[in-house]
Design a protein around this ligand. Sequence first.
Ligand SMILES: [Zn+2]
Length: 268
Amino acid sequence: MGKQRLKPKTLSPLWKPWLSPILIATISGLLAILINVQSFAIGQSSNIFIPKSQRSDRDLIAATFPTPQTHKLPPQLAQWQDSSNSGDYFSQVKSTPVGYLIWSGFPVRIRIATPQLSNTIQANNWVNTVSQAIAEWNNYLPLEIVSQADVADITIIRKAPPLRFDRDRKITRARSALTTYNLYTQNNILHHRFQILLSPSQTGKYLLAAARHELGHALGIWGHSQKASDALYPSQVRNPPLISTRDVNTLKRVYQQPTSLGWSIRGK
Ligand SMILES: [Zn+2]
């Protein structure tokens, strides 16, 4: 469905996000607080990071954002029916200070940053593999690949995630991918934006699996499945699964939840 939308396309300049300086000033202090992370660590479940020092500010943050409300389900999810009763892992999906990380403006615009590689075949293969993961999720949410950085809702970059250090400043574990989001306002509407880093160490089916998994986070599944047969299982497996019925069931439940995203700050 809608596969023709996946060709890179330049949006008209009217789509440029003109941000309100006043609201940026109001909300910029909160941006640092709300940058959040999902990492995909090989062989170990990953976790969701909220800076400890800022957790106590949550009530203040909640008071600043639009009252969480539900959005209309996108058509594919509205029509989605699971006749196999496969269940879901919605209980593992985390809400955030702005509620669930739900997109309400469709299609969601995704930019694949072209890898800076001297081997153009390798660079093209990388882009094609990531595009495939986008095409898979496009069956459930309307997505569009864009080439302009300033209109992208989600940006995917071939880059090693920064190494993570523990308290003793020793490297704990290399991550194969890292997904983060931040918040901004445009015409008084609260929006989010995602960045996905995919490590150059990932190739072939593992790159596809990592892109599929991280896109699941960026599209709203901000948590992990406990079953290895789901795309949002936190560890890499030898034969990575496709997007499962449980993944889609979970996605649908997420989109039935309230969120502050996509609602007017002024109308609060
Ligand atoms: Zn993950």
